[in-house]
Design a protein around this ligand. Structure first.
Ligand code: SF4
Length: 449
């Protein structure tokens, strides 16, 4: 949970609590930008705030609990609370736990949040657009930014309730996204993180509508978006890409250095039967062959994925199939969860739930198997020179990330002589890698003459 900065003034004061992942962050940034634009100050303590906005997350049960706790804390500490975000779609759950909240709205409903803030604490003056930097206010460090390209999802994975909360896919037209990206880059952003529920489906709802941006026409489609973003001269990283056949189209762009050679592609399982039970999108067979082909075109490709172990009905043999897949696929980064039922998800109705102790034991075996693979893949980078982006200076070190590391979820590159070299956050630097562990790399600045 995070609350925002505190300037002292007579302006009305809003506390802001932002929960959830990168997608919720984008919503928070939009609301904060609007609040600042209308002359509200953002304060860091409940005591100082005239009203508190809680941007919630509601994807899995633990996130629901976290959101309800955060609302409860804000109610107890301040008493004037506006709730928005994913969990807002389940107003009954919120009202039951915290009947006194002032207002509840769903994700992207910025107008309702602003109306509720106005009702609780009127603004002191009319908004002046000039109060805003034209790239908006961001909660993330200045040099990277999340670029949300669509909302909702057309799939119906049986373990997921996002479509019932956020609805079907609604893509933003490509020119709108490119204009936002352009502004962000003008404001100093060096890395754009493309997020959505399903990045590879981008534009299908708009029938891939062509749009004019600059002097060129771009289709509202993942590949064209990547082409457009590549003209901005910063890093572009793709998140939540599903293994549809047309994903193959962006691999050459990665090989050409137009988009980071990084795919965050949630496979979730390797057994065709389990994938069918999960109702996962994308071709489920030939995944290994495709990974091999991608790597033959783009040898530096980093693959990140997530998996669910202990899905209802998963047999020992199917779990072994998953472990074999890990050995073969040699993914770089992997996150895994033991299946846990999400209220309202279809998968809860499936027969043969896996007992909790078996799930946990499978999760431990899975993580152990992958940890060795991730560690070996990092160790193979020792001796190489990696292009990195500096996130922070910490003592003598510069904390940076290579092209293989997405912020917040992947590892880091510790640059031992970062301060001595005068590095600054947001700066690109070549780093010679001297060591590695399970997650991170260590190195020194490589001076190119
Ligand atoms: S693709 Fe599946 S898991 Fe992802 S948001 Fe859509 S329904 Fe949920």
């Amino acid at each position: 949970m995070s609350m925002s900065q505190t300037p002292a003034s007579a302006n009305p004061k809003v506390g802001f609590v932002s929960l959830g992942g990168p997608k919720a962050l984008v919503d928070s940034e939009r609301i904060l930008t609007q609040l600042r634009g209308e002359g509200y100050d953002l304060v860091q303590t409940y005591d100082d705030a005239d009203v508190v906005v809680v941007n919630t997350c509601g994807f899995i049960d633990s996130a629901v609990a976290e959101s309800l706790d955060a609302i409860g804390e804000a109610m107890a500490e301040n008493g004037k609370v506006i709730v928005t975000g994913c969990l807002g779609k389940r107003a009954d759950v919120i009202r039951q736990a915290h009947p006194g909240v002032l207002s509840i709205s769903g994700p992207q409903d910025y107008a309702s949040v602003m109306d509720a803030v106005h009702a609780a604490v009127p603004p002191t003056h009319n908004p002046f657009v000039d109060l805003l930097p034209d790239y908006g206010l961001k909660l993330t460090p200045k040099h990277y930014a999340y670029l949300k390209i669509s909302e909702g999802c057309n799939h119906r994975c049986s373990f997921c309730i996002i479509p019932s909360m956020r609805g079907d896919l609604v893509s933003r037209p490509v020119d709108e996204v490119l204009r936002e990206a352009e502004k962000l880059v003008r404001g100093g952003v060096k890395e754009l993180l493309v997020v959505s529920q399903d990045t590879s489906a981008y534009g299908v709802d708009l029938k891939y509508a062509p749009r004019l941006w600059g002097n060129n026409v771009y289709e509202t489609r993942m590949k064209a978006l990547c082409e457009g973003l590549s003209t901005l001269g910063v890093w572009t990283r793709l998140h939540y890409v599903y293994p549809y056949p047309h994903v193959d189209d962006v691999i050459p762009l990665m090989a050409d250095g137009k988009v980071l050679p990084y795919l965050d592609i949630p496979f979730q399982h390797a057994s065709p039967r389990i994938l069918r039970l999960m109702k996962r999108p994308g071709a489920v067979d030939k995944t290994l062959e495709r990974i091999q082909r991608w790597r033959s075109i783009c040898p530096d490709l980093t693959l990140r994925s997530t998996f669910i172990v202990g899905f209802p009905g998963e047999t020992d043999a199917e779990f072994e199939e998953l472990l074999d897949f890990l050995d073969e696929a040699q993914l770089d980064r992997v996150g895994a969860f033991a299946y846990s039922p999400v209220t309202g998800a279809k998968a809860n109705e499936l027969p043969d739930p896996v007992p909790e102790d078996v799930k946990q034991e499978r999760l431990a075996r899975f993580m152990e198997r992958q940890a060795a693979i991730s560690e070996a893949r990092l160790a193979a980078k020792v001796g190489s020179v990696q292009r990195c982006l500096v996130d922070a200076i910490d003592g003598e070190l510069a904390i940076a990330r290579s092209m293989a590391d997405a912020p917040e979820i992947d590892g880091l590159v510790q640059v031992q002589d970062g301060r001595e070299a005068g590095l600054q956050p947001g700066e690109f630097v070549d780093v010679r890698i001297m060591g590695s562990d399970e997650h991170d790399l260590y190195g020194e600045v490589e001076y190119n003459d």
